[in-house]
Write a protein that binds this ligand. Structure first.
Ligand code: GCW
Length: 724
């Protein structure tokens, strides 16, 4: 570049910077998620990227290739600050060649066979190579969807300001099924949703297609999510009627180019409710014929329909046991109906009966282990990460180690039903990492949960809110879920680092502190809500604030059932002297959890009833340890507040203030949790609080009468609690 041209160039950019500071470039309302594509801020990287990518060579116009091309065009325009022309052939240095051997002659001619084999059906290859003497970057895959994933990967490299020199990436998903489960009802409400209404506008479909559907698909594809269950597991049979299937087909049409397949929940009693049959008995020939015909009808409307997700004989849902049949009979009925079309059935293991007097956390194990080996090949048993219900911390579900002849998938909750919902900052990747890495010993040492499963489903936290997830930081959980579903060996730290760079900034003064906040946040919640292995101490029904005193109604939905507080101590004895839930784990896990000497403190009270004055490994008594943990939870939130306050001016003012406000709520509510819990335990332990302990502001009865409404737009509980 001649000097004058260079000056003109610099001038034009500096004017742009001065005229449009980051804060004013559109509202920071969170809509763009991590796909922000703002101009690369690093002044060394930007010219490197501009030289490395000067043209985009795409041969195919198939829908998924078009999606990849559109994303690259938009992304590169934003990141490089200029348009990258699309070409049909490599004509200069800096070509970005995008395609599969089938749709691109350039790609087919390259020596990529080994790498493509490694990439498999959904994976991809990204390589810096020379093509006819010109420098190029090749983005290749075996199928179009792999190219799309690669496009997002390449954009992520730019968004996170990585070097493109010597690029040689081969990436393939470790799990075949990577699904979001929406608990969305047909009336537009979302069960356990804290981000507005359902995204699906059933009354407007199929004629009106909200542009958000496409952005939703982009977000999913960007992290490799390849399926969505559109409807709540507490299912409505109407979704299987022709009118609704036409709407589902319209949605499937938007999601398809992004590699996202549609699945539906099947209500087991649908043959009665919408089929007019007298029974839904799984061995009744009429019922079997009805489901087979229904599957045919669905596949006519949606040829790549994924299959069914079923909650049966659980929390009042109908199921095969209504006819004295087993869960396998029920699952196989539906599996046979979709099998001719290549569909699958995800049968949930979340069952517990109101009449069975055994420990609730054992019921799924007792129910399903005897059925091991009796499910059809296209059935996956969908098991929650822990044996209870998405608590801030649970041990891994024993079914992961004890059903060797059944295909398993794991269900986690991205929506934070039990972790502060829309308002508390809790980054969940550390929780999922902990479970995915837990060793089940199912096939000897190293049989981690991640290796034992074939798929993963996350209960979505997405809704109609402008920011999709109800808060800026909740977006990170959607992102992290997808990344771990793709590769469960990724660390929470790496995922947080990526997300921060893509969402907030690559500035080290931002990345480090925010990553620190995210990585401690889930443990902070555990500490102020349910430390040392306590579980299900949330208020009844809405599960928002503390309610360790909750009793009455179904015993196994109450807090006192789970905490077992008495004058002697605290915790649920699940060893041989108690419910013996430990027997459901393989050896040596069983022994590890049974013994007070080896059970991790983090799940101590899950498995043991411990005396208030008994000493833990730390040398402190249970009482002292409890107090420390509750206080640590509050202190961590305060540290998060200070850390965030230090970022003023480094992140845009809008998001800075929003996060600051939510952290204020979290601090008040962490104190609420601590004080309510400690006072309640004290009514059993009768032990004093140390003189230097931050004393609760109110007596126990005051906390007991607080009500935090279930409405997601709840008048904040902190209004009741008062300012700090
Ligand atoms: O977590 C509990 C929720 C219910 C949910 C159920 C389930 C969809 O409180 O709202 O119902 O689990 O997973 O089936």
């Amino acid at each position: 570049m001649r000097t004058s041209a260079r000056l003109a160039f610099l001038f034009s950019w500096s004017v742009w910077f001065v005229a449009v500071p980051p804060q004013t470039r559109g509202a920071e309302d969170g809509y763009d998620l991590w796909l922000r594509y703002r101009l690369v801020a690093d002044t060394a990287r930007l010219p490197e990227y501009r030289a490395a990518i000067t043209q985009l060579v795409v041969a195919s116009t198939a829908a998924t290739m078009q999606a990849a091309r559109d994303e690259l065009v938009t992304g590169l325009r934003g990141l490089l600050g200029r348009d990258v022309p699309v070409a049909r052939a490599v004509s200069r240095d800096g070509a970005l060649v995008v395609g599969t051997p089938a749709n691109s002659r350039v790609v087919a001619a390259l020596p990529l066979a080994d790498r493509l084999r490694e990439a498999g059906p959904e994976g991809f290859v990204i390589r810096a190579m020379a093509i006819r003497g010109r420098r190029a970057i090749v983005v290749a895959a075996n199928r179009d969807v792999g190219v799309l994933y690669a496009a997002f990967h390449l954009l992520r490299l730019l968004q996170t300001e990585r070097s493109l020199a010597g690029l040689d990436v081969v990436s393939a998903p470790r799990l075949r099924l990577r699904l979001l489960d929406h608990w969305d009802n047909l009336d537009g409400t979302v069960e356990r949703g804290y981000a507005g209404a359902s995204l699906w506008e059933w009354s407007r479909l199929p004629d009106s297609i909200n542009p958000r559907y496409r952005d939703y698909a982009r977000a999913n594809a960007s992290v490799g999510i390849n399926g969505v269950v559109l409807t709540n597991v507490n299912a409505n049979a109407l979704i299987l009627t022709p009118g609704y299937l036409a709407k589902v087909a319209a949605l499937a049409g938007v999601l398809r180019p992004y590699g996202v397949r549609v699945y539906l929940t099947a209500r087991f009693s649908a043959p009665i409710e919408i089929g007019g049959l007298p029974t839904a008995d799984p061995i009744d020939p009429g019922v079997r014929a009805w489901w087979a015909a229904k599957a045919d009808e669905i596949y006519r409307a949606i040829p790549d329909f994924g299959g069914f997700l079923v909650k049966a004989n659980s929390e009042g849902q109908p199921g095969p046991q209504d006819y004295h049949r087993t869960h396998a009979d029920g699952a196989n009925l539906l599996a046979d109906a979709v099998a001719p079309h290549g569909g699958i059935v995800m049968w949930r293991a979340f069952v517990y009966s109101s009449t069975v007097p055994t420990d609730r956390v054992m019921q799924a194990g007792d129910e399903f282990v005897p059925l091991d080996g009796s499910f059809r090949k296209n059935v996956l048993l969908q098991v929650k990460n822990g044996p209870l219900d998405f608590q801030p911390r649970e041990p891994f579900h024993p079914l992961f180690g004890t059903m060797p002849r059944t295909t398993l998938m794991m269900e986690v909750q991205i929506t934070k039903e039990y972790l502060g919902q829309d308002s508390h900052l809790a980054f969940l990747a550390p929780q999922w990492e902990e479970i995915l890495r837990a060793d089940t010993y199912a096939r000897g040492p190293g049989s981690t949960v991640g290796k034992e499963i074939r798929g993963i489903a996350g209960v979505a936290n997405v809704g109609s809110d402008r920011d999709w997830t109800g808060s800026d930081f909740n977006q990170a959980n959607w992102y992290a879920f997808g990344r771990l579903a793709w590769d469960h060996t990724l660390s929470a730290a790496v995922i947080a680092d990526e997300w921060i760079r893509m969402t907030f900034s690559n500035d080290a003064r931002v990345v480090g502190p925010v990553q620190g906040m995210m990585l401690v946040s889930r443990d902070a919640v555990v500490n102020y809500m349910t430390p040392l292995g306590l579980a299900h101490q949330m208020a009844r029904g809405h599960h928002y604030g503390p309610g360790p005193w909750v009793t009455g109604g179904r015993a196994d939905q109450t807090s006192v059932y789970f905490n077992r507080a008495d004058s002697a101590g605290l915790g649920f004895d699940r060893t041989a002297t108690g419910s013996n839930a430990v027997r459901q784990y393989s050896l040596p896990v069983r022994n590890r959890f049974s013994s007070r000497d080896s059970v991790p403190d983090t799940i101590l009270l899950w498995f043991h009833h411990v005396g208030w004055r008994e000493r833990l490994r730390s040398g402190r008594t249970l009482w002292e340890e409890l107090l420390r943990h509750y206080q640590a939870g509050v202190d961590t939130v305060r540290w998060m507040q200070r850390t965030w306050d230090g970022l003023e001016g480094l992140v845009d003012a809008e998001r800075f203030r929003r996060v600051q406000g939510l952290l204020r709520i979290q601090e008040a509510e962490a104190r609420w949790w601590r004080d309510a819990s400690v006072l309640y335990w004290q009514s059993f332990s009768h032990l004093p609080l140390p003189p230097d302990y931050e004393a609760p502001r109110h007596p126990l009865d005051w906390y007991r009468q607080l009500r935090c409404p279930p409405d997601p737009r709840k008048p904040r509980c902190d209004a009741v609690l008062g300012a700090p």
